[in-house]
Every structure is written in structure tokens, then in C-alpha cells.
Write a protein that binds this ligand. Structure first.
Ligand SMILES: [Zn+2]
Length: 261
């Protein structure tokens, strides 16, 4: 079990949200995702939000997806607000700020956001809210859902920042990967609409790109805690539903992994 009180201060932290990735899709592609899975399995979790905006506010508030079991009280949270009066586990790191991002900043972390989907574009005030949790935030047209090479561009940008960062600087790097969100049909030649198949292809593409980011993080002085999960899934016609921001098991079940790089 991870003890966050041993991680904060001694490790860099890399948090990646694989926007819209369904749990079943992640599971089907485990063997084809050497960077994300490396022979391991995704954990099935429940997301606290059914779409990007809601879910990320929860995450930055310290509410990550919880194990998909009825034994919720046994779950040890990584992050929790201090002085709530609630009993917390000794392995939980407590922050005394409005959110865990500024909490890490108080601990000397440089906090960086590399945005992907529309809520990170900073094009309208609403789309500036999530990036504003961070000291630095970046979004380019090439990072967004319309670019079939978005992850390549996002990773390239991260590598440029890492190149200029001292190896011993404490980093909290957050990346919202947009490629798995719709439209993702262009990852299967000839496909006309998004489906489980095209999302599977998008995930394989993303895994291939993330290898470079993981290697660069491994070059840094500190070990890196990597948290990778989806913010919500999406429906491709199940029970008549399309998309997300709705309550259905294909939306609330999400894949989750935590590992040290
Ligand atoms: Zn999302």
C-alpha cells in the first residue's frame, strides 16, 4: 500500500487522466499497453464524476476514483483535506489548502498542467477554471480532440518542460490525455463512427506515446509516483445511451493504476 506521507517531498508525482477511457476497453487492451500496464492489470474503480469538469474538481479536491466494491470504508485515500474532523488513515497525505494541487505547491512542488479536452483549452472563462488550479498550464490546438496525433504533441511539450527543469526540482505534472475522447474513429482506418473498437485503437496509440514521457521522468533525480486513471467512461449505444454526463455502468466504471517509475 502506498504511504503518501513517504511520497510527498521525496518523489515527483505524475498524474495522467485518460479522458473518457472505459474500464472494459482498458481491460481488453492490457496486453497491448506495455507502458501503462507492463504485465499488470487495471483496477476497476468508480469515478466521482460522470464528465470531465465534475470529475476533475473531485480529483483535485483529493477524491480519486474509489475501488468498485461495496467495501468503500476500507479504501485508503492518497489525499485528504486536513482538519475535517473525519478520521483518516496514517498513509493518507493531508493538505491544508483548498485542493491537493495547491497543497503540493505549499510543499515546494512546481505544479504543471498539460491540457487536452475542451475544459482545459482556456478559450473561455469556464475552460480556464481547471487549468487555474496549477501554477503553469498549457494548451495548444494540437493537444485537443481534433488532432489524431494529440498525445505525441502533449508528450513533446512535457519533454520540453522537463528538459529545462532541474533534475532535483519537485514536480507535480498533470496531463489530461484527449486522444481517447471522441472523435476517436480515425484510429481505425475506414471507421465512420466512434465505438469500443476505435477507442481500443486510440488507447493503443496513447500507450505508444506515453513511453517517452515515462522514460524522461525516470531520468530525473527523484523516483516518480505515477497515477493513471480515467475521469469517466462513455456509452456507445448501450441501453440506448450515447456519450457521458449520464449515469450508466459504462460511464461510472473507470480503470485505475498507481505505480512507481
Ligand atoms: Zn472527461
Amino acid at each position: 500500500m502506498i504511504n503518501m506521507n513517504h511520497i510527498v517531498g521525496s518523489h515527483d508525482i505524475l498524474m495522467i487522466t485518460l479522458d473518457t477511457l472505459r474500464y472494459d476497453v482498458a481491460q481488453l487492451e492490457e496486453e497491448n499497453c506495455p507502458n501503462l500496464c507492463g504485465g499488470n492489470q487495471w483496477e476497476q474503480r468508480h469515478t466521482p464524476g460522470s464528465f470531465t469538469y465534475a470529475a476533475h474538481h473531485a480529483f483535485f479536491g483529493g477524491f480519486l476514483p474509489t475501488p468498485a466494491t461495496t467495501r468503500k470504508s476500507e479504501h485508503v485515500r492518497l489525499f485528504h483535506s486536513k482538519h475535517t474532523g473525519l478520521k483518516t488513515h496514517p498513509n493518507t497525505w493531508l493538505f491544508d489548502t483548498p485542493d491537493m494541487v495547491s497543497g503540493l505547491r505549499e510543499e515546494g512542488y512546481r505544479t504543471i498542467c498539460i491540457g487536452g479536452v475542451i475544459f482545459f483549452t482556456k478559450k473561455v472563462p469556464l475552460a480556464s477554471v481547471l487549468p487555474s488550479y496549477f501554477q503553469e498550464s498549457y494548451w495548444r490546438m494540437t493537444f485537443g480532440v481534433t488532432n489524431p496525433r494529440s498525445t505525441e504533441h502533449q508528450v513533446n511539450h512535457a519533454l520540453k518542460l522537463l528538459d529545462k527543469s532541474a533534475a532535483d526540482e519537485r514536480l507535480f505534472l498533470f496531463m489530461n490525455v484527449s486522444a481517447i475522447h471522441g472523435p476517436n474513429h480515425y484510429y481505425v482506418p475506414g471507421a465512420k463512427k466512434d465505438s469500443v473498437e476505435t477507442q481500443r485503437a486510440a488507447l493503443r496509440y496513447v500507450d505508444g506515446e506515453l513511453g517517452r514521457l515515462f522514460s524522461a521522468m525516470r531520468q530525473r533525480e527523484r523516483p516518480v509516483l505515477c497515477l493513471v486513471f480515467s475521469d469517466h467512461g462513455t456509452a456507445y449505444g448501450e441501453d440506448g445511451y450515447e456519450g457521458h454526463r449520464l449515469a450508466h455502468e459504462v460511464v461510472w466504471n473507470v480503470p485505475y493504476r498507481e505505480f512507481i517509475l
